[in-house]
Design a protein. Structure first.
Length: 224
């Protein structure tokens, strides 16, 4: 007789991203943090054989790429988990910054220009949302948001500009999701950057990078 008993899984993995039964990504972050830490240890073992350019290249291709895989899907995780990933980046960059023995100290230049992981996630978030909201990319149609509506005492009217409706939620996890974060960030970004409708993907990426550099890290967003 066939056993029809079904066990409820604690988590499922989709395209390499693990989500638990409560739609949280805590287990996934712990997993990639552990794997990335092992890669930092591997970088430490070969660091003495590489110059700074080689160490930085290895970090970007073998460690940072791992820390950022599908980041827009798990960006709703708690700040304690993203800080764990930030600490891994700092460990790796300390190895990159370490002066090579033949180099005199006067020639040492720290790799302070490397953007934070949050900075890179925010830029990617704005670029993806531009593709959905402005360019109308078909497979991103589910991410589109309606224009923000201004309520007057006598009527309800559409606001001018590119602002979108911000989803209202009391749950902090929902506010950290892609839709929750990007709607607030998009409204601030488009208010500061004109002609967003005329920009292509590369122009938006450059503008988003400049805009994000002018903001503190971590970036605190108010609901606009």
């Amino acid at each position: 007789m066939m056993d029809r008993t079904h066990r409820e899984k604690e988590a499922v993995k989709v395209l390499g991203v693990e989500v638990d039964r409560e739609l949280r990504f805590d287990g996934h972050i712990k997993h990639i943090a552990k794997k990335a830490s092992h890669r930092v240890s591997a970088l430490r073992r070969v660091a003495s054989f590489l110059d700074r350019g080689g160490k930085l290249l290895l970090y970007k291709t073998q460690i940072r790429a791992y820390l950022e895989y599908a980041a827009l899907s798990w960006m709703s995780c708690a700040a304690s988990h993203t800080r764990r990933l930030d600490s891994i980046q700092r460990r790796a960059l300390r190895l990159v910054d370490a002066a090579d023995p033949p180099d005199p100290p006067a020639q040492f230049e720290p790799v302070s220009s490397v953007d934070s992981l949050e900075h890179r996630r925010d830029v990617a978030t704005l670029v993806v949302f531009h593709k959905a909201q402005v360019q109308g990319v078909p497979h991103l149609a589910g991410l589109r948001k309606p224009p923000r509506i201004a309520t007057r005492s006598t009527r309800t009217v559409l606001t001018s500009g590119d602002a979108v409706e911000v989803p209202r939620s009391r749950a902090s996890q929902h506010q950290r999701t892609f839709v929750g974060r990007v709607s607030r960030m998009w409204n601030i970004f488009t208010a500061a950057v004109p002609h967003i409708q005329e920009m292509n993907t590369q122009s938006v990426k450059l503008a988003a990078n400049r805009w994000r550099l002018s903001k503190p890290t971590p970036l605190t967003l108010v609901i606009l």
